[in-house]
Design a protein around this ligand. Sequence first.
Ligand SMILES: NC(=O)c1ccc[n+]([C@@H]2O[C@H](COP(=O)([O-])OP(=O)(O)OC[C@H]3O[C@@H](n4cnc5c(N)ncnc54)[C@H](OP(=O)(O)O)[C@@H]3O)[C@@H](O)[C@H]2O)c1
Length: 384
Amino acid sequence: MFDATPALRSAAQAAPAHPPAAALARSRVDLVIAGARGQVGTALRAQLARRQAWLREHEGLDLRVVAAFDRRLLALDLDGLGDVLEDAGLAREAGDGERLLDALCKPRRGPCVLVDCTASEEIADWYPRLLGAGVGVVAANKRANARDFAHYRQLQALARFGAAPYRYETTVGAAIPVLGPLRDLRLRGERIESLRGVLSGSLSHVLHRLHEGLAFSAAVAEARALGLTEPDPFEDLAARDLSRKLLVLAREAGFALEATALRIEPLCDAPQDGESPEAALAAADADWHARVAGAKSRGERLVVLAEADAAGGRIGVRSLPQDSPFARLAPGENRIEVRTEWQSRAPLALGGPGAGAEITAAGLVSDILQAARELAPRRPSVRQ
Ligand SMILES: NC(=O)c1ccc[n+]([C@@H]2O[C@H](COP(=O)([O-])OP(=O)(O)OC[C@H]3O[C@@H](n4cnc5c(N)ncnc54)[C@H](OP(=O)(O)O)[C@@H]3O)[C@@H](O)[C@H]2O)c1
């Protein structure tokens, strides 16, 4: 154990965190993980630890997790942290966050990427400074891109200005590549007209289980226990998290939408004063039972569909024929359809598992590798 606070202070004042020897500086990229002991953060640290030696040997990339923290603990080792954060960590103190941010934004620092595995506004507040200082940001956290459109545009501009990679592919569809393909369509000059999708792995899991006969409250509790919902499941049920995904997706498609342009039908009212979350969920059981029975009697399935075009967005429960591709999705799966000026009859369709700590961490590893390659010119690859 060591006292992280003096180490942070000296890191903010002292020489660059690692030596500028050309070969080392070109290939080494430091990683700082926010939310390091959450579900995604834990899976990410394990995946990086397993991949580290291979990447060093075959891709010439020396990825080192030099700092990892959550709201309670801060672990710091400029040579690279081991597996057990508690060995190198101390209780996070007031001001540690700012000191870490100062250290990361220090001029002439070596290549560095902050990986945001939180759902925190506080960490999202850091992005403008980091990107402006040339520090890469890889985010599973949707908060920053779901703020007002001007902020979204500012982050893109800062990333360009600071020559800093800014990647957030996992914020929509977990590890399904969605945002990259949208960007490619626009780069090649193909105008996107509309998109629609089942984008919430947690909500599609819940609706699937309702069709299997589970009560609404039990289906939500199960999704929470499986780690499929946000830390607060009412975020999912009010479609707040889904509306952030839709905003990010719509903006990447070129629609300059604000949150106020989305019409949202919540799946369940939030607990009233003094009401427990369990009671609020149970109060919705009878209504959901009737809705599912109605859909079944018509030979249909209920899905939560998110749709957007240049005029606005909509999120709500739709009853679709059983053979619709959206109705046939397995629990937890996402599907996104993109209509463009040249692909309007048969839309571009992307799909796969839309939630889960391991696949989200795998998506983050992809983003980290692309960010690291942008920051550290790649050495010749050796095939295994
Ligand atoms: N799980 C999935 O399937 C999935 C899929 C796609 C995207 N995501 C996104 O990934 C992010 C993390 O999800 P998760 O499931 O891993 O959530 P989680 O298990 O609740 O972990 C969240 C982590 O963030 C930390 N944290 C919160 N506020 C912080 C702050 N101000 N400073 C530092 N750390 C802070 C928490 O630390 P404390 O314990 O100290 O509060 C915790 O370690 C979310 O944005 C989520 O939307 C998740």
